[in-house]
Write a protein that binds this ligand. Structure first.
Ligand SMILES: Cc1ncc(COP(=O)(O)O)c(C=O)c1O
Length: 402
């Protein structure tokens, strides 16, 4: 059950790292368990004999500096980028905020921003704050396929547009967005592009320079690294001002003493992701496809959102007609399965997901939807056990309201 599996020739190999023997975890877009190799790399820095401030001159500091720079190289390698282009941050939210507030500061809080209507709240709410402060924001909704269309973004651009933000993979629907085409068109107009790739990195190959955006964001805890470590890739020659000021860390682009253990864990997770990428993508897609293929028969009336669109290999967002998503989530939790009704950040609220509404999904359907996000530790047996529980719980809920 739900152990970290490392793929090898012929299929996944069980590394025996049990997350929770009683539960099957299917919420990897919210956060992933720590990979044993990331944990192993971190342990010396967690009271295991190594410590130091990377800015210190003595050898403790030098060792910490070396560890941080090695992590930077590992992250750069995953992105096919140069280490100097990588700025470490504490979260994806921080990196996304940093770009929006940098652009706004440079523009004197004037001018226009274009964001997609399905951006993560760390972009959506940052843009909303900038709108309160005087900038104008255009939100471009996706079509029913969960994909924002290039021509609609282009139509929203204005001579005073300061930034366009388009995520690479949506956290709820898993749909992939046309970042490269948007970036090409924006660059012809001199407009920089922010790409939130937090959900994509570690699940599909992401080549930051080739993607075309000027800023690319990733977060360790979405690909088996630790919480508290993320990165902002900034294309060489593109400006970014320090959003945290103080010391001269991160080449004055992000002050504060580096979180050495977390960054070492991020680096290790990036190295494993790079090594395992082809097997990961295949394994995740096989789980997702088995789930979606069996679903119509096991749970009549289940609708997979955006099934025909380009999507992440691990994400299924499904509406269960006539059933309240929150009730189903709670019953599944009691039955031993962890899923989500939407972005983790908005869980606990009974409002339907803004992303599903933006994709044209009705309020009722959005409220009856669950997100299932598979991980590298899941097995085909997990999928089958989940399908059985889902069939039982949906039928019971439907009976209760009939
Ligand atoms: C697409 C996307 N962007 C940004 C974030 C925020 O990342 P963090 O949790 O590191 O702040 C998330 C987290 O759910 C996300 O899914």
């Amino acid at each position: 059950m739900n152990r970290i599996l490392l793929a090898s020739r012929g299929g996944p190999v069980d590394k025996g790292f049990t997350i929770s023997p009683a539960m099957i975890y299917l919420d990897h877009n919210a956060t992933t368990p720590l990979h044993p190799k990331a944990r192993e790399a971190m342990l010396p820095w967690l009271g295991g004999g190594s410590h130091g401030n990377p800015s210190s001159v003595h050898r403790f500091g030098q060792a910490a500096r070396e560890a941080v720079e090695a992590a930077r190289e590992q992250v750069a390698a995953l992105l096919n980028a140069r280490p100097l282009e990588v700025i470490f941050t504490a979260s994806g939210t921080e990196a996304n905020n940093a770009v929006l507030f940098h652009v706004a500061r440079k523009a004197g809080r004037r001018g226009h921003l274009v964001i997609s209507g399905i951006e993560h709240p760390s972009i959506r709410e940052a843009a909303a704050r900038l709108a309160e402060e005087g900038m104008e924001v255009t939100r471009v909704s996706p079509r029913g396929d969960g994909v924002v269309h290039v021509d609609e973004i282009l139509a929203a651009l204005r001579p005073d547009t300061r930034l366009a933000a388009l995520m690479l993979a949506n956290n709820e629907l898993g749909t992939l967005q046309p970042v490269t085409a948007v970036a090409d068109a924006c660059h012809q107009r001199g407009i920089p592009v922010l790409c939130d790739a937090v959900q994509a990195v570690g699940k599909i190959p992401v080549d930051a320079p080739a993607l075309g955006a000027d800023y690319v964001v990733l977060g360790a805890h979405k690909f088996y690294g630790p919480l508290g470590a993320a990165a902002l890739w900034v294309r060489s020659g593109v400006e970014i001002s320090g959003h945290l000021v103080g010391g001269s860390q991160e080449r004055r682009r992000r002050a504060s003493t580096e979180n050495v253990p977390a960054l070492v864990g991020l680096g290790a997770a990036a190295a494993v992701a790079r090594e395992e990428m082809p097997q990961r993508t295949v394994h995740l897609a096989a789980l997702r496809d088995r789930f979606e293929a069996a679903l119509p028969e096991r749970v009549p009336g289940a609708i997979v959102h955006c099934q025909g669109s380009p999507r992440l290999p691990n994400t299924s967002n499904v509406a269960f007609q006539g059933v309240e998503g929150e009730s189903l989530l709670i019953r599944l939790d009691l039955a031993g399965f962890a899923v989500s009704t939407g972005a983790a950040c908005s869980s606990g609220s009974v409002e339907p997901s803004k992303t599903l509404l933006a994709a044209g999904i009705s309020r009722d359907e959005a409220l009856s939807s669950l997100r299932v996000s598979f991980g590298i530790g899941n097995t085909m047996a997990d999928v089958d056990a989940f399908l059985a529980a889902l069939a039982r719980e949906v039928a019971e809920l439907r009976r209760a309201i009939a």
